[in-house]
Write a protein that binds this ligand. Structure first.
Ligand code: MOS
Length: 736
């Protein structure tokens, strides 16, 4: 056991090393763009240099003259051969490049150049000359022409703005009230594995190799785009080199590459450049928040109001509506919320790790700290006083909620008791010291799933399900579940994922995979045991291998479907057709969520204002932990991401042109080793039999929630400066 592989506590699984670790470090694991194809042609995208208007003309002469160029797809020769997809349900955007001349955003696909080599395709792509009918674009908040509309009812996940009681009256009569505006910037996922699509036709059968969090979803979408039967399409994505939501909904590139392969009657591979990924995939939209909070002298919050604004594209109603979570986190009295979407001339944003919680809980947890300061109360105590086992809107109970145990364990490990609460009171030489904390929560989403498990006479087990391992350890924890239920070694289990030739599983989104798929595998394994022990006439206990041997049969196989409570009865049928139904979380009559408490120390140089985070401690509960190593890694990674959210990440936008400026990993800042000296992860044991058969809550998106506010709160404690707009940078602290 080690820091990276903690000793399992109660209701925690062994820290088995990742079963795919060796494949990955030796380069044997095949990512989507690694699959070989005979007679492969290479596609390079050409993207628009304006954000709004239309293409007037495309001059392809010079491009076509490049040796090795085969064909160039543009709106002039594609048009209705691609069917525009509506936005949502697995489609990242309704913007459908190459179907007409319209330009909706900067960096929109305007051509796909095909050539015998990547180099020829790239050279020709540079030689495509576009002229435009350009219009003045709106870049985002405050831009002329940006259109603000209420979000409620426009997306499935936000049918009404959560509200209860008379928040205005409560805020008017509260003796202590705080009111503040917060903002978070545009962020891009930047998965290290670039976006790519490789399409291979065999007659009328299409195989798509593309990194995906939803192979069944991609299959349905690309079939729709091409107007063909989903049965003609297979999507393969066994390994994904970072996704974070960016590979969850399909973008229109997939169908364009498939059409290109069909047209030239050759396999086509298109690897999107880092820069093009910023505009042809999704991103975390910038948000703004107005929060008001009132409390009595005892610290009980009597009124809470949270209004949010989120940028989206001109045509698509993308919104994360994190008030669904912020309104349910504490036992407020009256609550009023509202979410607005702001349409601008931008590519459609999308899910990015804890999409609603990262921005909205940042605002809430910053406001909680401001309220604690106003009340002269310890911020941990303020959270304790307002902790609740029932959400305040409808009074629905949490199935389990160990938030304050998390605070107790993390604060003890951090040494919170040694903090002098007076602002600016702690100093070490030239370094001002600040300490802050915040709550993390993430809803326990679960989706209908299927799996096939086969136990062979030699004692080996094969698990097949089209779930996805986006680097999180899904292969390993799914194998652990099968090994445990059947009483075999993990080494005897082979897990196959990420292929539509396997039974379907939900999108790897909303941190649902471990909960949904392990529950389904558990059911399949138990069915195998039942069948086996019944036919052997033996009590159902112990390992299976000896029983199977005695029976003399070759193999026993079970296919299982699991539909979570609250999901429609046809959820499995829909899953086969490419639609994931995520339930649970905060949307039913039972509140299901994982929790955490995070504590950070910041050090700010008194002269240069350099901001460092020397240590961060988080304690978390997630129901059953399948594997303490992969869980530790997820939780640690999330907190490091949170440091990036607080201090580094921001996609800068040139408002004149509605264009991203820092479109590469050199200028898009993320934390590196030197930014993250010490991260401590504590897993607090928790059992919750209600959430799902596996008893698992999701962890992948839990720990980067709250981190940014803990850091902002610590910056305030060190300096007395309340920075409400992320990221916090040296220049924000110059005038103190
Ligand atoms: Mo995650 S942003 O739900 O893929």
């Amino acid at each position: 056991m080690s820091v990276a592989a903690p000793e399992p506590g109660r209701n925690m699984g062994q820290p088995a090393p990742r079963v795919d670790a060796r494949l990955k470090v030796t380069g044997e694991a095949r990512y989507a763009a690694d699959f070989p194809a005979a007679n492969l042609a290479h596609g390079v995208l050409v993207t628009s240099s304006i954000a709004r208007g239309s293409i007037a003309s495309l001059d392809l002469d010079e491009a076509k003259a490049v040796a090795g160029v085969i064909e160039i797809l543009t709106h002039d020769n594609v048009g209705s051969a691609i069917k525009p997809l509506p936005f949502g349900n697995g489609s990242a955007t309704s913007i459908s490049p190459l179907t007409d001349a319209k330009i909706w955003h900067d960096g929109q696909i305007i051509a796909l150049v095909l050539a015998d080599t990547f180099e020829a395709a790239r050279e020709a792509a540079y030689k495509v000359k576009a002229t435009y009918n350009a219009e003045q674009p709106s870049a985002g908040f405050g831009s002329p022409g940006a259109e603000t509309v209420p979000a409620v009812g426009k997306v499935q996940s936000h049918k009404e703005d959560p509200a209860v009681g008379d928040a205005e009256a409560a805020l008017r009569s509260a003796p202590t009230v705080i009111e503040a505006d917060y903002s978070t910037p545009t962020q891009h996922h930047n998965p290290i594995e670039l976006f790519s699509t490789t399409c291979v036709w065999n007659g009328d059968q299409l195989t798509v190799y593309e990194p995906s969090q939803s192979v069944y979803g991609f299959r349905a979408m690309v079939a729709k785009q091409l107007g063909i039967d989903i049965a003609k399409v297979r999507v393969v994505s066994p390994y994904v080199g970072g996704a974070f939501g960016a590979k969850g909904s399909m973008t229109p590139r997939t169908g364009i590459v498939a059409l290109a392969a069909k047209r030239i009657n050759r396999p086509v591979r298109c690897v999107v450049t880092r820069e093009q990924g910023y505009t042809t995939a999704t991103y975390r939209a910038e948000t703004r928040h107005h929060i008001r909070m009132g409390a009595g002298p005892d610290g009980r919050i009597t009124g809470f109001s949270h209004e949010g604004w989120e940028v989206t594209s001109r045509p698509d109603a993308y919104v994360v509506a994190g008030t669904e979570a912020s309104a349910r986190l504490y036992g407020y009295g009256a609550v009023a919320t509202k979410v607005n979407m702001v349409h601008a001339d931008r590519n459609t944003p999308g899910y990015m790790r804890s999409p609603p919680e990262v921005p909205y809980i940042y605002a809430l947890e910053s406001a909680m700290d401001e309220l604690a300061v106003a009340l002269k109360m310890d911020p941990v105590e303020l959270r304790r006083i307002n902790d609740t086992m029932k959400e305040p809107i409808k009074g629905y109970p949490y199935t389990s909620r160990a938030l304050m145990q998390c605070f107790d364990q993390a604060s003890a490990a951090f040494g919170w008791a040694k903090r002098n609460p007076a602002v600016g009171s702690m100093r070490d030489g030239d370094w001002l010291i600040g300490m802050g904390c915040a709550t993390a929560l993430y809803p326990t989403n679960v989706g209908a799933a299927t799996a096939r498990v086969r136990l062979s006479a030699d004692g080996t087990v094969r698990v097949q399900t089209a779930a996805h391992d986006v680097g999180t350890g899904a292969y390993t924890v799914i194998g652990q579940m099968a090994a445990e239920r059947l009483g075999v070694d993990l080494a005897a289990v082979t897990v196959e994922l990420g292929d539509t030739s396997l039974p379907p599983a939900p999108v790897a989104g909303g941190s649902n995979t471990t909960a949904s798929v392990c529950s389904t595998v558990l059911i399949a394994c138990d069915a195998i045991r039942d069948k086996l022990f019944k036919s052997a006439g033996q009590p159902n206990q112990g390992p299976v291998k000896a029983v199977l041997e005695k029976m003399g049969s070759g193999a026993i196989e079970e296919y299982a479907e699991w539909i979570p409570p609250g999901a429609p009865p046809d959820a499995i049928k829909k899953l086969y057709q490419g639609a994931s139904t995520l339930k649970g979380g905060l949307e039913g009559e039972k509140m299901m969520a994982a929790f955490g408490a995070e504590f950070v120390e910041v050090r700010i140089h008194a002269r240069t204002r350099e901001i460092r985070v020397p240590r961060i401690v988080g304690a978390f509960t997630g129901g059953r932990i399948m594997n303490t190593r992969t869980a530790h890694s997820q939780l640690m990674g999330g907190m490091i991401w949170g440091i990036g959210s607080a201090l580094h990440e921001k996609t800068e936008i040139d408002a004149r042109h509605a264009r991203y400026i820092n479109r590469d990993l050199a200028e898009y800042l993320v934390p590196v080793n030197a930014d993250v000296p010490q991260v401590e992860v504590i897993m607090v044991p928790e059992e919750d039999a209600e959430v799902n058969p596996a008893g698992v809550k999701g962890l992948g998106e839990l720990s980067n929630v709250g981190t940014a506010s803990a850091i902002a709160n610590a910056v305030f404690h060190a300096t007395g400066k309340r920075i409400r707009d992320l990221p916090i940078r040296i220049e924000d602290l110059l005038d103190m």
